[in-house]
Design a protein around this ligand. Structure first.
Ligand code: FNR
Length: 216
């Protein structure tokens, strides 16, 4: 079985040409280059009804919400890029998190999130880059016992950072920042999986030397 950290990546936007989807791709590349296995999904393919526990009681858990729960359970880390809507996270993202947080059959409340690591980012054409949504998203994930990495990136004035509708960032500085964010999530997951020797000895500095399970 692969020893790579498994990361689930998604954006909080359904829009085809979403800046957040494009920014997410750059962070994904960083995570993959750092050795993670990334599954990127589009929440458009997980159209969940607005959460209402009556639905759950009368019709059972929506199959699409079950599929999203299973996806979360299959991964160790989360890479999320979300737009800021009116100073907070968009309803579609909060709704998906709310469904996935509920108990369902053998799945306990919060089980799909507990103990995972997450790296979060936001992008906006505005000057603050959607900064206010990061705190809200971080709070929601923390309540669900997700370890949110302290580096969180807000990409301001994102409209000028791509060549038209292309997926490739033209701003090399921001590209590197986002790739580093993805890589730091991969590194953190390796550490929590015991796949990186953090401290070699009591006197050594922090070491990023890899000690894969094969050569241990
Ligand atoms: C926005 N937008 C926005 N931008 C921002 O920086 N702060 C905000 O509070 C809001 N609020 C807001 C509310 C609603 C309902 C919409 C539709 C939009 C603008 C937003 O950043 C912009 O549309 C982005 O392009 C959305 O991200 P995607 O879809 O490109 O990833």
């Amino acid at each position: 079985m692969s020893n790579k950290p498994r990361i689930l990546a998604f954006a909080g936007s359904l829009r085809e040409k979403s800046y957040n989807k494009r920014v997410l791709k750059t962070a994904i590349r960083g995570a993959e280059e750092a050795g993670a296995e990334v599954t990127c999904v589009d929440l458009k393919d997980y159209p969940m009804p607005i959460y209402n526990s009556d639905l759950q009681d009368t019709q059972g858990f929506p199959p699409i919400a079950v599929a999203f729960q299973k996806l979360l359970l299959d991964h160790d880390g989360l890479l999320i890029a979300s737009p800021e809507y009116n100073g907070s996270l968009p309803a579609v993202l909060k709704n998906a998190i709310d469904w996935a947080s509920r108990a369902n059959g053998d799945i306990k409340p919060g089980e799909c999130f507990k103990g995972k690591c997450a790296a979060i980012m936001t992008a906006s054409p505005g000057g603050f880059g959607g900064l206010r949504c990061l705190g809200h998203l971080s709070d929601v994930l923390t309540v669900l016992l997700v370890n949110v990495l302290p580096s969180q990136i807000a990409v301001a004035k994102v409209g000028g950072m791509f060549d038209g509708d292309s997926g490739e960032m033209t701003n090399d500085t921001m590209k590197k920042i986002l790739e580093d964010l993805g890589a730091s999530l991969s590194d953190m997951l390796r550490k929590t999986h015991g796949d990186i020797e953090v401290v070699k000895s009591a006197t050594s500095n922090v070491s990023r030397s890899q000690t894969t399970k094969e050569n241990q």
